[in-house]
Design a protein around this ligand. Structure first.
Ligand SMILES: [Mg+2]
Length: 324
């Protein structure tokens, strides 16, 4: 075998950055310009939370957006409706947890539990008003949050499990609890329609063994496991971020009254690949951090996401000023 010349790795997408002003790759800057083209299309900005806007931390209750990510998200949400931008957080966290951790600005669509739960953040003063959620209902299960930047409430569409799904969830939790009990540092999180084995604090060999045993539990129950970073997540409702994003595109088309909706989606984990795969020509896919991906673009971290969002906000503001 001949010695390969010092060649770039096959994994890193174009980093040939002449856009010193934005810090974005030329390819991403061009894609964002096309996304914000003045043709009346709405722009749905879908963002994963952990590892995308908030750096990954050992304690999931301590996750928080970086200041730059918070500023960019707040700015996008504050654009006038006529700018055509809609913001969505799309997470594996359950909806209440996502809302509490992210404290998203009013107007943000929320997708929790990989699509099993949906909601919409509104300003608290709208509490009595008619307000559309993803299925057009207001079930009154509001989770009030107040991040200090204005009080908001979440209209949440609750998860409804069939009796056999509820029974499967019970057996699943019991099985994963048995795995966790025999694994140093492992623990089980339960969600309305799923259970998650966490191994981030486990020694590597123990984590690998626990994942194998969790997979056996899942196979025995006839369920399907999603393998993420130090997590095995098992839902009793079939959902993924791709189908959730496709549904959200339709909701936004209706809410915004737009002839078309183009989507920007950014995420860091394997579960985000479903979202990338569900997107279409004209949409923009951004992988955050290292690892194989089908996304067309890549940024290094949450602050890279923030730079892309700031650039998009500039473009959308310009489009608004030009009256498109
Ligand atoms: Mg993530």
């Amino acid at each position: 075998m001949s010695e390969p010349a010092a060649s770039p790795t096959t994994e890193a997408p174009t980093e040939a950055t002449t856009e010193a002003a934005t810090g974005l790759s030329d390819g991403l800057a061009d894609a964002l310009a096309a996304l914000a083209a003045p043709d009346g299309a709405a722009v749905l900005v879908g963002l994963d939370f952990d590892g995308t806007l908030a750096p990954l931390v050992d304690d999931p209750t301590a996750s928080a957006m970086t200041p730059a990510a918070r500023a960019a998200v707040t700015r996008l949400a504050a654009l006038p409706a006529a700018a055509g931008a809609r913001l969505a957080l799309v997470s594996g966290r359950d909806l209440a947890d996502l809302a509490a951790r992210a404290a998203p600005p009013a107007g943000t669509y929320l997708v929790g539990s990989h699509g099993a739960e949906t909601g919409h953040v509104r300003a608290a003063e709208d509490a009595g008003g008619a307000h559309r959620t993803d299925d057009g209902t207001d079930d009154g299960t509001d989770d009030g949050t107040d991040d200090g930047a204005g009080s908001t409430r979440v209209d949440a569409v609750p998860v409804r499990l069939e009796p056999e799904q509820a029974a499967a969830l019970e057996r699943l939790v019991a099985g994963l609890e048995r795995v966790a009990a025999g694994t140093e540092g492992a623990w089980v999180q339960t969600k309305p329609s799923a259970a998650v084995l966490h191994t981030r604090r486990s020694p590597r060999d123990a984590a690998r063994d626990a994942v194998a045993r969790a997979d056996a539990v899942v196979a025995e129950l006839g369920l399907h496991a999603l393998h993420g970073k130090d997590v095995v997540e098992v839902a009793v409702l079939p959902t993924d971020k791709g189908s959730a994003l496709a549904r959200l595109r339709d909701v936004v088309a209706q809410d915004a009254g737009a002839p078309a909706v183009r989507v920007l989606y950014a995420g860091d984990d394997t579960t985000d690949e479903h979202a990338f795969e569900a997107l279409r020509p004209g949409d923009v896919t951004v992988k955050v951090g290292a690892g194989d991906t089908v996304a067309a673009h890549r940024v290094a971290d949450a602050d890279g996401v923030a730079a892309a969002l700031e650039h998009l906000a500039d473009l959308l503001g310009r489009r608004l000023a030009e009256g498109a």
